[in-house]
Design a protein around this ligand. Sequence first.
Ligand SMILES: *C/C=C(C)/C=C/C=C(C)/C=C/C1=C(C)CCCC1(C)C
Length: 245
Amino acid sequence: MKLLTIFIDGVQKIATDDYVGFTFFVGCMAMMAASAFFFLSMNNFDKKWRTSILVSGLITFIAAVHYWYMRDYWAANAESPTFFRYVDWVLTVPLMCVEFYLILKVAGAKKSLMWKLIALSVIMLVTGYFGEAVYRDQAWFWGLVSGIAYFVIVYMIWFGEAKKLAEQAGGEVLKAHKTLCWFVLVGWAIYPLGYMAGTPGWYDGLAGLGLNMDVIYNIGDAVNKIGFGLVVYNLATVASSKVEA
Ligand SMILES: *C/C=C(C)/C=C/C=C(C)/C=C/C1=C(C)CCCC1(C)C
């Protein structure tokens, strides 16, 4: 129906200085391309890696669909598509936790590790949504609670349970785990910056720097969702070729 309207009414204009709209558009394309890449490469790998690649593709595919809506929403309302944003995250971030579990399974990772990471990520996102959309006056408080959940995740993968498993697995799995840890520490830290640029609080000065919340979130998504997928893709490539050789 939506497509039909676009064909009949013509496409909504994106102003040349609408850089927020531009990043939604490019983000949508990038997520689509990445999904095609991951899905089409799936059968090149050993069976035990296929689920990981499938999950990489699902992450970018779910994001592509949400970017399609967010791009539209922004074009129509020139306001943050907060609802779609958080629905996207609450589906894709737990899938990123699943990726950790899947690559650590070779070292005997238990489902309980996966569920702990998923629960923490949901706490991080639901409290973030409260601060951004529901209780904006206390954005700093909800941001803080969200940040604590974020740091527990960082701790678990850098120093806790997940780290120990990665060391037991060693080799390529350990390397990939380390890279993913860096993504969570540095790549995920982009999001609180966006949050601070987009909500009122003692950190209001950030918005004065001309930083835009949606641009920051869109950059974060491209870096993290496609980057995560490529780390797993690389691991699967190296590990699969070793078995064949
Ligand atoms: C693909 C989407 C990803 C990887 C989204 C990640 C989102 C976060 C790490 C968000 C974190 C937040 C905080 C740590 C505090 C402020 C509120 C959030 C939700 C922006």
